[in-house]
Design a protein around this ligand. Structure first.
Ligand SMILES: [Zn+2]
Length: 124
């Protein structure tokens, strides 16, 4: 695998961004304190609202588009919409959440991204 693809693959698989062996998660979305393989401290990891934003934007657009097309083309009774879209909403929101969180943490580690800090200059 090319070197530049490593963080993406490790993140999507929920593995440690440094060694790719240790697990990143201990619950569904809860991070382990550190890598059980190489000891990397996961304290730096803060995906924030990032995973939820991508899931809402992509999954929401997909479900709304599918519902609109179905309504315009077939005009089914409302219970058909409920039967179709409730499971699809659960699928497109819950399934990608963990891989996307892993991906964002892996990219955060790879690019050394962190909060901005003020640096005092000499003489000020
Ligand atoms: Zn590791």
């Amino acid at each position: 695998m090319p070197e530049h693809q490593l963080p993406i693959a490790r993140g999507l698989r929920g593995r440690c961004p440094r060694c790719g062996e240790g697990k990143l998660f201990q619950g569904f979305l809860t991070l382990r304190p550190r890598c059980d393989h190489c000891g990397l401290d996961y304290g730096f990891a803060d995906a924030g609202d990032g995973p939820a934003v991508f899931v809402i934007l992509l999954g929401g657009a997909l479900v709304v588009f599918a519902a609109l097309i179905t309504e315009v083309v077939y005009q089914p009774p409302y219970w058909v919409h409920a039967v179709l879209w409730v499971p699809l909403i659960l699928l497109v929101t819950l399934a990608p959440l963990r891989p996307i969180k892993g991906l964002m943490i892996a990219l955060q580690y790879h690019h050394r991204a962190q909060e901005g800090r003020l640096i005092k200059r000499d003489g000020e």
